[in-house]
Ligand binder design. Structure first.
Ligand SMILES: Nc1ncnc2c1ncn2[C@@H]1O[C@H](COP(=O)(O)OP(=O)(O)O)[C@@H](O)[C@H]1O
Ligand SMILES: N[C@@H](CCC(=O)N[C@@H](CS)C(=O)NCC(=O)O)C(=O)O
Ligand SMILES: [Mg+2]
Length: 493
């Protein structure tokens, strides 16, 4: 009897592993069927509007491609999805609190700003705004907390946060159209029962509702929302989904670049922001998170925006709150308690999602971690203060870089993180002009969070949907925008 119980328990515990590795087994190896259904999937994506402009022609919609996506939805254990959703409002609250703690941001980023020019520039703007006094009274956060499922401790997965994106958290629009694509693919494959299990998901609507609330609280019917957009606008359709939700609510949207703000933006006596005769209520940044987005004029434009009364999403402090260095410091004992006193259950929920994160400050603790990572580089990821994918260092490269900078303060521009070991599953990654082949893949789950604060009152705090991105295991790093990962949907197991 005892043995029997143990056997059942083991089977139960192994269930996610079993389901992760066997889902769609009957389809994946049927080459003829795959070749039949892949073009159907691509047409469905085009019909649904899962679109991206091309690399060669990023500023017209004359020729567009489907955005890359998986042929089949990928397995996601239900406990992982539930846990990720259940902690999102806590993360919203945390980011908002960190963004208001000047002393914390200053002390945590002190070494980083000495060696990282980009963080230093952002920090300078932050300081200038603080010095002049913050005129913005409504705050809007749109973030995405990203996770992978770690199987390094055995057969049951642990939800581990990769990072939280507090600026330009993307693909909430396109992903809301991918569910219909996978549903169609599964129906065509005779899996209508499975198709009906796919979750409804529309982050762009929740994001727009957040922007609309911030616009309303700004309190001027005539004012518009400004999307601050890139020079090369490949991902415009993802943005249009949010934009069109706002138009449907009778909120006018304009799209401008930093250059336009530099040339034509101005502040009035009340620090209200104006451009081309329009008053701006909300600035929604889809640009401004990497050094190459800035030249001298663009930095000036950023400063002007930050000085204004307009609701910036994010304001400069919230962008800084999303840095990797802050993420690492939040994992130190006692730090979460500083921001969330008297709510130990919230602290426990948040901390459970933290992977090992280590500082490389010029002290004994930093020395020890440098030596540990050089001795076992495959256990870690070395991360600079950058966003957008493709910046992290792994394995030999990690070792070489650490060996080079180990005695220099330059090492404090990085943080070190335990490497997550997800369980790979098989899929086909569909990308325009790429051959159809089966790949061993891993997925990253993101949950979108939206909050609005007026003065000290948090008037909105919600999770608004998810994004699953999947990449071939050969790539250690990189998202959809970087051309590595593709859009996906969770198939809950
Ligand atoms: N600790 C980790 N373990 C395994 N892979 C990781 C880890 N951290 C990051 N990655 C991979 O690197 C990618 C980029 O890292 P991330 O921290 O999200 O930086 P970015 O801001 O550039 O998106 C992730 O999407 C993930 O694929
Ligand atoms: N500028 C583009 C891309 C923005 C971008 O790369 N955002 C990052 C966060 S800073 C992201 O969410 N990337 C997801 C991915 O590329 O997979 C946009 O606004 O759509
Ligand atoms: Mg990322």
């Amino acid at each position: 009897m005892k043995l029997h119980f143990k056997y059942i328990l083991r089977l139960y515990c192994d269930y996610p592993v079993f389901a992760m590795t066997t889902l769609w087994k009957d389809i994946l190896h049927n080459v003829q069927q795959i070749h039949y259904v892949a073009p159907i999937a691509v047409d469905a994506a085009l019909l649904e509007g899962v679109l991206m402009r091309t690399k060669d022609d990023p500023n017209t919609s004359d020729v567009v491609n489907f955005a890359p996506f998986t042929l089949l939805p990928s397995p996601v254990p239900s406990v992982m999805l539930e846990q990720a959703y259940s902690v999102q409002q806590d993360f919203n609250l945390l980011v908002d609190k960190v963004s208001q703690d000047t002393e914390f941001l200053e002390s945590v980023l002190a070494s980083t700003v000495k060696v990282d020019e980009f963080t230093a520039q952002l920090f300078n703007i932050y300081k200038q705004v603080l010095k002049e006094g913050i005129t913005q009274s409504v705050f809007l956060g749109i973030n995405r907390s990203d996770y992978m499922f770690d199987y390094s401790a055995g057969d049951s997965p642990a939800l581990k946060q990769i990072e939280i994106n507090t600026i330009a958290a993307s693909f909430g629009g396109l992903t809301s159209r991918t569910t219909a694509v996978h549903r169609h693919v599964l129906n065509v494959l005779g899996k209508s029962k499975e198709a009906s299990k796919l979750l409804i998901n529309n982050p762009s609507k929740g994001i727009a509702i957040g922007i609309a609330k911030a616009w309303e609280l700004y309190g001027s019917d005539r004012a518009v929302v400004m999307f601050l957009v890139e020079e090369a606008q490949r991902n415009i359709f993802d943005q249009r989904y949010v934009e069109n939700e706002l138009w449907m609510r009778n909120i006018r949207v304009i799209r401008r670049r930093f250059k336009d703000v530099f040339e034509k933006g101005s502040l009035d006596n009340d620090k209200r922001l104006h451009i081309d005769g329009e008053e701006i209520a909300v600035v929604y940044y889809r640009e401004g998170y990497v050094p190459k987005n800035y030249n001298k004029q663009n930095w000036e434009a950023r400063l002007l925006l930050e000085k204004s009364r307009a609701v910036k999403c994010p304001d400069i402090a919230t962008q800084l709150a999303g840095t990797k260095k802050v993420q690492q410091e939040l994992s130190r004992p006692g730090v979460l308690e500083r921001f969330l006193p008297n709510t130990p259950e919230v602290v426990t929920r948040l901390r459970a999602t933290f992977a090992g994160l280590y500082s490389l400050e010029m002290d004994a603790e930093g020395d020890k971690m440098v030596a540990t990572a050089i001795a076992a580089p495959d256990r870690f990821v070395l991360k600079p203060q950058r966003e957008g994918g493709g910046n992290n260092l792994y394995d030999d490269e990690l070792k070489q870089v650490l060996e080079k900078i180990k005695d220099s303060p330059e090492r404090t521009s990085y943080i070190l993180m335990d490497k997550i070991k997800p369980l790979p599953s098989l899929n086909y990654l569909l990308r325009a002009h790429s051959p159809l082949k089966m790949s061993e893949c891993v997925s990253e789950l993101g949950i979108f969070g939206v909050y609005v604060r007026q003065g000290q009152d948090l008037v909105v705090n919600r999770h608004v949907g998810h994004l699953l991105r999947t990449k071939a295991v050969e790539h250690a790093d990189g998202g959809v925008a970087a051309g590595v990962a593709v859009l996906d949907n969770p198939y809950v197991i």
